[in-house]
Design a protein around this ligand. Sequence first.
Ligand code: DC
Length: 226
Amino acid sequence: MSFSMTPVITVDGPGGSGKGTITQMLARELGWHLLDSGALYRLTALAATRQGVALDNEAGLVAVAASLDVAFEPTEPGEPVKVILAGEDVTVEIRTEATGDNASRVAVIQPVRDALLQRQRDFQQPPGLVADGRDMGTVVFPDAPVKIFLTASAEERASRRYNQLKDAGVDVNIDTLLEEIRVRDERDMNRSAAPLKPADDAQVIDSTGLSIKEVLDRCMAVAGQA
Ligand code: DC
């Protein structure tokens, strides 16, 4: 990997740990770029489905990942970044449970991960980058000076997701969500390709029972130690 002076803060952890919100707030607070690496896995899954590439067709998935035509467009502060796939706004579609589940399946395939690696590293641009994912601190930016691993209990993550979906007008059952979260955790943590785990030099923050503000304060304190 080429050495770069541009600083990176990595924020890894399971889905629903508050990573998405926290990375957006950190990036805004610092005036740095943001990488939502999960979106790239979600986009690969969505593009594959649209192109009729089966989720067990490894070579087909690698081709889809390598040729993703994607743009991330900034929006108002507090709003999710707009995600454009081949000219079409897929911001809402990539967030569905079905796309998340498919993303978790394509993410176990090492050649797909390899195909997305450089695209992720290209986000390291001055003045700095906050990178959100599962393997930001372990694989993509192993030299990052600040590494955070954000976690929360499965029950708390299910309840946060439930509220998010309810606010978005999506009808879901909390027990189903909890079960889905457990299945996805299991897959993400036990896969051989870049499993979800804290880097040796990561600071682990458990956000269970903490407000967003409290989590942000702790992350800023960690960022300040660099
Ligand atoms: O963070 P997310 O829910 O948008 O991620 C979607 C899926 O992609 C998730 O199941 C794990 C996978 N992923 C990954 O394997 N590596 C990353 N750096 C980011 C996400």
